[in-house]
Design a protein around this ligand. Structure first.
Ligand SMILES: CC(C)(COP(=O)(O)OP(=O)(O)OC[C@H]1O[C@@H](n2cnc3c(N)ncnc32)[C@H](O)[C@@H]1OP(=O)(O)O)[C@@H](O)C(=O)NCCC(=O)NCCS
Length: 190
């Protein structure tokens, strides 16, 4: 079985982007998009303050699941990826997530960054299966997953709740499950 080394590489270059580990001083860049309601609408958290973003940057600098996505030209932080090695680790499953700066949507950056990280995940870390969940109302998200070659495998009814109504009752929402296998990734992305 291929070994899974989540410690490297620490930096991936694509045509237009650098996908790298977070640094403790990325708080300002994070705040650029995590302060935008449209960026966090489907996230399990609300808009973040500058102080919260500084804390997040410090935490993400030590969390190998988070990746900062920057423009090659000037280093601007345009978004982040999340790729978590799931338990049990021997099954070699990984969960994908992403949030990009609304000012940089519709340019193909999310597709380019995800494709590069999944190349590394399958080819270097020996992943077997990569999955992603998204709210069915989040069309930009599931369109991205389908562009990458993930397949819709499930539609879970009222499977998550990130907020409550005025009476404190959970507001439920559905989730799609998407996935791609190692045997499917390479041919689709050659
Ligand atoms: C999900 C999200 C990352 C998708 O962003 P996006 O801008 O649609 O995705 P990309 O950066 O890959 O851009 C693709 C779009 O740019 C277009 N595009 C323009 N130039 C392009 C280029 N050079 N290369 C590729 N695509 C290009 C594509 O045609 C595509 O448009 P379409 O969806 O209308 O067909 C973004 O909506 C987001 O951050 N949302 C908030 C966070 C969120 O909801 N996360 C998911 C939680 S499950």
């Amino acid at each position: 079985m291929p070994s899974v080394d989540l410690t490297g590489p620490s930096r991936i270059r694509t045509d237009r982007l650098v996908v790298r580990r977070f640094a403790p001083d990325d708080g300002e860049g994070l705040h650029g998009y995590l302060s935008r309601p449209e960026a966090v609408r489907f996230e399990p958290y609300d808009v973040q303050t500058r102080a919260q973003c500084d804390e997040l940057a410090a935490a993400r600098a030590h969390d190998p699941s988070f990746w900062a996505v920057c423009l090659q030209d000037d280093g601007t932080l345009v978004g982040n990826l999340y790729l978590h090695h799931d338990e049990p680790r021997a099954w070699r499953g990984h969960s994908l997530g992403y949030v990009f700066h609304p000012d940089h949507w519709h340019r193909g950056y999310a597709t380019e960054a995800c494709r590069a990280l999944l190349d590394v995940c399958f080819d270097q870390w020996g992943a077997h299966r990569v999955t992603a969940h998204c709210d069915p109302r989040n069309e930009a998200s599931w369109r991205l997953l389908e562009r990458l070659g993930l397949r819709r495998e499930g539609h879970f009814r009222q499977s998550a709740s990130f907020s409550t109504d005025d009476a404190g009752r959970p507001l439920w929402h559905d989730a799609y499950l998407y996935a791609v296998l190692d045997s499917e990734w390479r041919p689709a992305n050659d």
